[in-house]
Design a protein around this ligand. Structure first.
Ligand SMILES: O=C[C@H](O)COP(=O)(O)O
Length: 329
């Protein structure tokens, strides 16, 4: 079986990082989203078979490479983080890899995502792999600590070896329409990240309207975000296809205006392989398969890999494995 995991055509241009742009308030004011039109469009995703059966296994393998393998629990321990990193090193059971004809091939997730307190542990446990550690910094999940504290947390995470920083925005700034405040804070976060890539978590379930989600997406991209991310996983409403459509369309608009490609990270509540395929289909239809690469798309998910492994096994054998065969951590 030949499975193409990541499109990297020889001579493909190197990804250009978002340098950030001045805040264009006229552009922000022009942004409007029509929720019912978005809902109609989102309903078409998954209404028919999302991915042809023959390609499903390849898409599920691709999904693993797009995964920020995450543990963000208040009772996380170094031991749990180490087990998650061991899973990141070998995301699929050997027998599944063999049946796929993929033994000897390296399949790795996009990153391992942890709280700041566990960055050092994760960096140590992933040594010798190319898997980056992502830290949720800036007072995750609410983002309401003093600005200096949040900036200090970013610097500490980078110092400990995080190569990606998932920051949270202050939702109140969006609700008040304080676009300058949002822009200035994200700009400061981006500066504190230095070479580490910055993913801006919008907390979309708390932003009240799709127009707010769209405007916040734009302001974060203007401020230099490398990724825009939906949710912390702790809000009452987390990632969904309607909000994804809003954010993806802002990414498209931003790319048309600036030539800069921003990554997209749906996160929170994505636990089923079938959901992952729907998000991937949405990306493919709205932005093209080019966007389904780890530097442009990630799932933020704590349990998705378990179901992907289950569905891969089912696709190969027609049977589901018992849960104990696929423990997560
Ligand atoms: O950023 C990642 C999310 O916190 C993961 O959420 P989840 O536990 O619902 O998959």
């Amino acid at each position: 079986m030949s499975l193409k995991i990541v499109d990297k055509p020889a001579g493909a241009p190197v990804h250009k990082r978002n340098p950030g742009y001045p805040l264009d308030l006229d552009w922000v004011e022009r942004v409007r989203m029509n929720r019912s039109a978005l809902e109609r469009r989102a309903n078409t995703i998954g209404a028919r078979r999302t991915v042809k059966k023959d390609y499903q296994l390849a898409w599920l393998l691709r999904a693993i490479t797009l995964l920020d393998l995450t543990t963000l629990n208040s009772d996380d321990t170094p031991g749990r983080v180490e087990r998650l990193c061991a899973k990141a090193r070998n995301p699929l059971r050997r027998d599944i890899l063999e049946q796929l004809g993929m033994e000897g091939r390296i399949i790795r997730p996009g990153a391992v995502c942890v709280y700041h307190a566990f960055v050092k542990t994760a960096v140590g446990a992933l040594e010798g792999t190319s898997i980056p550690v992502a830290a949720v910094s800036t007072g995750f999940p609410h983002g309401l600590a003093p600005l200096e504290t949040r900036l200090g947390e970013i610097e500490a995470s980078v110092q400990d070896g995080a190569q990606e920083i998932d920051i949270v925005i202050e939702r109140g700034m969006v609700l008040r329409g304080d676009w300058q405040g949002l822009y200035d804070s994200v700009r400061a976060f981006r500066k504190a990240c230095g070479a580490a890539h910055i993913k801006t978590i919008l907390g979309t379930g708390e932003l009240a309207t799709q127009t707010n989600v769209a405007k916040a997406s734009l302001v974060c991209m203007l401020a230099g975000a490398d990724f825009i991310k939906t949710s912390t996983g702790k809000e009452k409403v987390n990632a969904n296809l309607v909000t994804s459509l809003t954010m993806i369309r802002m990414i498209r608009w931003f790319a048309e205006e600036t030539g800069i490609e921003i990554g997209y990270k749906p996160a929170g509540g994505i636990a089923k392989a079938a959901d992952a395929l729907r998000y991937m289909a949405l990306m493919k239809e709205e932005l093209g398969t080019h966007w389904l690469q780890p530097h442009l798309f990630r799932f933020g998910a704590s349990s998705l890999l378990t179901d992907i492994e289950r569905q891969l096994e089912h696709g190969l054998t027609g049977r589901y494995a018992a849960d104990y065969r696929q423990p997560m951590v």
